[in-house]
Structure formats: C-alpha cells, structure tokens
Design a protein around this ligand. Structure first.
Ligand code: ASP
Length: 585
C-alpha cells in the first residue's frame, strides 16, 4: 500500500535492496542513535512499518524519540554489516538533509520489548507505549479482526445497525453504569450492557439479520479478560434455530481467524453443558489437552474408606506426575484445592508392581485392592503417573478438579493451536435464590428447551433440570461469547417473568416496550454476541485483553492517562440535581 504523503516518499520499514540508488524522504521517531566518531552517527528512524538505518554525517541535535524527516539516497550496507534479522537490514540511507519536526523529552520508559514496565506507567503514557512494535501489531491485528468480522457478517446478509448508548437498563446480570439526566433530575440513563433488547426489536421490525460491533458497558470487577467497556460482535437473526446461529457465527469467526493466522479453522464441535462440566469441570473447557475428569463414584459405593464416602468421586491422571511433582508441590496443590473449597485432595502415585501397576503413597493405604485396581483401570493410569481424587458434592468435585486440571496441564496461550467449541444445552436457571426463586443463567429472554418446558410448571428443584436454548462459544478455555434462541411469544415470556419473581408491574416498568413489541408480531429469532477483544488477544497470543485495547483501564478501573473517574464541580452537580455523600466508613 502506498503511504507516501506530501512530506514523505517512503515508509521506514519497507525500503529494501530494490530501492538502492533512489533518493527518498522518510519521517518518524528516532529509535536509536549510535555515534561513530565526531561527525558520523547511525540513527534508526522508526514509523509504524519498522525502522531504517540512517547514516548521518552532518551536525544535528537528534535525540531519542525526536520526530524527524530524513532525506537521502538508499545504498547497500557493507556486506559484513548487513542485519538479516531486520526487514531493512540490507540497506541504509545516506542522509543529505535532516529536518527536526518535533523535539521530545526523554521517553518515560525504554521502548524495547525486553524491559518490563509497570502497567500504570505504560498506561499513563499510552501514546508512547503505542509506538512499541507489539502494540502496533496488536492494534493492527485488532483492526484486521474487525474488518474480517464485518465482511464475514455482511456476506451472509447481515445489516449493520447502531443502537443507542443512553438507554434504560438491559438485564445482562451485571451492574449498570448510569448517566444522570439534566432535563429530568433524579432520573438516569443506563449505558448498555449489551444491545440485547434493541436487537430483538430489530427482528420484530423485520430487519431479519442485524449485526454490530457494539460497545458494551458492565460495572463489574475487572480481570485480565474483562474491562468495564468492551466490544462485542453482536448479532441477531430471524426464523432460525440454534444451528443456524452456529453456522453464521462460525463463518465470521473463521473469516477473522484466517485473516490473522492464514489458516481457516474448520472444526467447531459441540459439547453439552453437562458433558463439559462432567468431563472438564468447566463450562468453558480448554480442550487443547486431555487430563479429563473421570467418574469414579460407582467404585466407591459402599467403600470403607471414609475420605471417599461422598455423593461424588472423580479423579484426574497426570501423566509422568511422579517425576514432575515434588512433595512440596503436592502439598501446595492440596492447600490450593482447599482454598477452592475442597475438604482435601487425595493423591496417589502409580507404581509398577509384580501384577501390573498399583497405587502407592498418599491415601493409597485406605483403598481396598479391588478399589485400587478399578481406579487404575478407570483412569487408564500407568506407572509413573500421579492420580488426584476429590470426593464431595458433585458441583464442588467438578469445580475443584476442573481448576486442578488447568493448574496441572494448561499450555501457554500461544501453544496447542486454536480449539473452538460450542457449548450447548445450558441450564435455564443456575440455581434457586431467595424464596426458591430461580436465578436465570442467561438473560430472561432465553427460550427453554422444547423438551423441558413442562418442567416449568413443576417449579422447585425441577426447574434446575430445565435446559435452555442458550449456547456459548469457547476458545482455548476462554468464553468468547454467548447467545440464545429467544422467547418470541408474550405468554411464555410472562410465565418466565412470573417464575423469576418479576411481577407484571415490574416487568411492564422494565421491559414494557419489549412486551408491547412482542404483541405486534415477533418472528422466532435468536442471536449471539462475542468479545472481539478476547478473540483478538487469543489470536495474537496475549493473555491480557488490555494489550489489544488502545486505551484500556487498569485492573482497578482507573485511567491513569486521563485520570478518569474524577469528581465533577459543584455547579455541574447542581445542574444534575445531585449531591455526593461523604464516603461511608
Ligand atoms: N446479549 C447477550 C450478551 O451480551 C448475547 C446474546 O444473547 O446475544 O451476553
């Protein structure tokens, strides 16, 4: 692509031996400066494409990060000084003219990738940090992902529609960010947790296929894979079942992945939520490695061993664990599992015996010969392996072993390839809350599984067995996003609200506009949304989404660059009809 302008003929990082003999002008930042005697200096000039070596033998005052324009002729470097690791390593510019375009204070931190710099300092000077090769690459990859997603959706007939930022609350389960209204003091807009309700209205409005790369805002605790504001590829489509949604989203994701990696993922397998929980102890299984949770409950029915007298016993096998783990490490794992809520972690070594492998050390002495043999067989354990067992209530066993599996086996972010997975048949409710009211696992517009609708009338514990038509897309253990087939009939929607304890009045006040709209002819519809920050991070091999966001907040939600959040003055508060209470102690 030709990036020449009225001020430059070429980009620094693109000059090659083919340009030898040309007179060029390049512009950029002084990356490095090396003196060779009194009047000779080598200056690496950097722009977004890379660096080029400029040989300067005229007097100058260039310092690190000064912005300059250099004109000169391109020549081959003497053979023994060529740098094969650098795209422009064969050539250099013999500079005849320098113009300093801007002076610069010394940078607040070195711009090489080797120096670890405190994140707050990086973010305070993000404009300097963005000059780093890593940030340049990440942000360009992000743009590539976005444009591939747009292309992928548009070629499937999706129409980009922008939905408003100042809205009434959307029920995604997080806290809303709110904006006080000046015209109606005491009233507030919410910032969208997602465009959920609007995209459903678009379906009722006959748009048929909507998409948007939407900014979503949720006031919840931040983590490496979570920011207050984040971007989702948000989509909704009419007259569909969940397989239709999987097909279009898988296509868009494949398009983005191929655009970045050059390889098109073809496998988007399905796994049921229950299977994922039983085999991986997680609803976002990382299937880059095995170490699956194995059901051992039947082996311990009627066991004498007190530790295994529990409603559920499961185990995992760590291949070669005997040599890989020291006693101290094992003790630390036991403590970690206790922190995760387990009463304990039973561990045993698999050793070679005269009659085949047997269990040794740890809790092995409490097991009968029969139990040992069955555990070894079920886990397909070999001498040299370690086995870890947890006995407790089923959800706890799954949770703890799921985490232990990751602790022992999870590969680094950029290893093991990209493994996409659709997790299907999520439960409609994730538990029973106050007064036995069910808590929705997704949002309250999710359609129950057709085969389970009758359970809605039974109420109580039976509700926990109701599956929903909700699904997640998972990549290497990260939840990329979720979606569902929606309820498009007012009678079913009212029934769900009733179950959730949302009275008619409350439902009308909160979602009256959606309920009204449903009465005017809603097509069956469903959709999906997934985080483009997360997808980009995984595609570039970053573990923290802040590395793929130009101006992120810190883990505590602050922006060290602009100082947000910050107080506003009294007059502004008056305008909004607000008073700030002193902090509660
Ligand atoms: N609105 C949902 C979310 O943001 C996604 C969806 O159901 O389409 O998680």
């Amino acid at each position: 692509m030709d990036l020449s302008t009225s001020q430059r003929t070429d980009m620094c990082g693109t000059l090659t031996a083919a340009d030898v003999g040309r007179t060029v002008t390049v512009c950029g930042w002084v990356d490095k400066r090396r003196e060779h005697g009194e009047h000779l200096a080598f200056i690496d000039l950097r722009d977004r494409t890379g660096v080029v070596q400029c040989v300067v033998n005229i007097s100058h005052d260039l310092r690190s990060e000064y912005v300059a324009s250099m004109t000169g002729s391109v020549r081959l470097r003497p053979d023994d000084t060529a740098n094969r690791d650098l795209a422009t390593g064969e050539i250099e510019i013999e500079v005849s003219e320098i113009e300093i375009l801007a002076q610069a204070e010394p940078p607040p931190f070195p711009l090489d990738e080797r120096t670890e710099v405190d994140e707050t300092i990086r973010l305070r000077h993000r404009y300097v940090d963005l000059r780093k090769e890593r940030m340049q690459r990440n942000l360009r990859t992000r743009a590539t992902v976005n444009s591939a997603l747009r292309r992928g959706m548009e070629e499937q007939g999706f129409v980009e529609i922008e939905t408003p930022m100042l809205i009434a609350s959307t029920p995604e389960g997080a806290r809303d960010f709110v904006v006080p209204s000046r015209k109606e003091p005491g009233s507030f807009y919410a910032l969208p947790q997602s465009p959920q309700l609007f995209k459903q209205l678009c379906m009722i409005g006959g748009i048929d296929r909507y998409y948007q790369i939407a900014r979503c805002l949720r006031d919840e605790d931040l983590r490496a894979d979570r920011q207050f504001e984040f971007m989702q590829l948000d989509a909704e489509m009419s007259f569909v079942g969940q397989e239709d949604v999987f097909a279009v989203i898988s296509h868009a994701v494949a398009e983005a992945t191929e655009a970045v990696t050059g390889e098109r993922p073809t496998e988007f397998p399905r796994i049921s939520w229950l299977d994922a929980m039983e085999r991986y102890g997680s609803d976002k299984p990382d299937v880059r490695f095995g170490m699956e949770l194995v059901e051992l409950t039947p082996i311990f029915e009627g066991t004498e061993a007190r530790v295994f007298q529990a409603p559920c016993v499961k185990g995992i096998r760590m291949e070669g664990g005997v040599d890989a783990l020291s006693r101290n490490q094992i003790d630390a794992l036991v403590e970690t599992c206790q922190r995760w809520g387990a009463k304990g972690l039973a561990w045993m070594k698999v050793v070679a015996g005269d009659d085949g492998p047997s269990l040794d050390a740890g809790v092995a002495k409490f097991l009968s010969a029969e139990e040992s043999a069955q555990v070894i067989a079920a886990l397909e354990a070999e001498p040299g392996d370690m086995v870890f067992l947890v006995a407790d209530e089923r959800p706890l066993v799954r949770h703890v072993l799921g985490l232990l599996r990751l602790e022992l086996g999870k590969p680094p972010v950029n290893e093991g390839g990209l493994h996409f997975l659709w997790v299907v048949d999520f439960p409609l409710f994730e538990g029973l809350g106050d007064g036995g009211k069910p808590i929705p696992a997704h949002h309250p517009f999710t359609m129950p599984h057709a085969d389970d609708v009758h359970l809605l009338d039974e109420g109580g514990e039976a509700l926990l067995g109701v599956r929903s038509q909700a699904y997640d897309l998972v990549l290497n253990g990260w939840e990329l996003g979720s979606g569902s087939i929606r309820i498009h009939r007012t009678d079913v929607q009212s029934r769900i609200f009733e179950l959730l304890g949302i009275g008619q009045e409350e439902a009308q006040a909160k979602f009256g506009f959606l309920l009204d709209a449903l009465r005017f002819g809603a097509p069956p519809h469903g959709g999906f949304a997934f985080g483009t920050d997360r997808l980009t991070a995984l595609l570039v091999g970053e573990t923290n989404i802040r590395e793929v966001i130009a101006f992120p907040k810190t883990q505590s939600g602050a922006d060290p660059l602009t100082n947000a959040p910050s107080p506003i003055d009294a007059a502004h508060l008056d305008d909004l009809g607000l008073r700030v209470l002193p902090p509660s102690t």
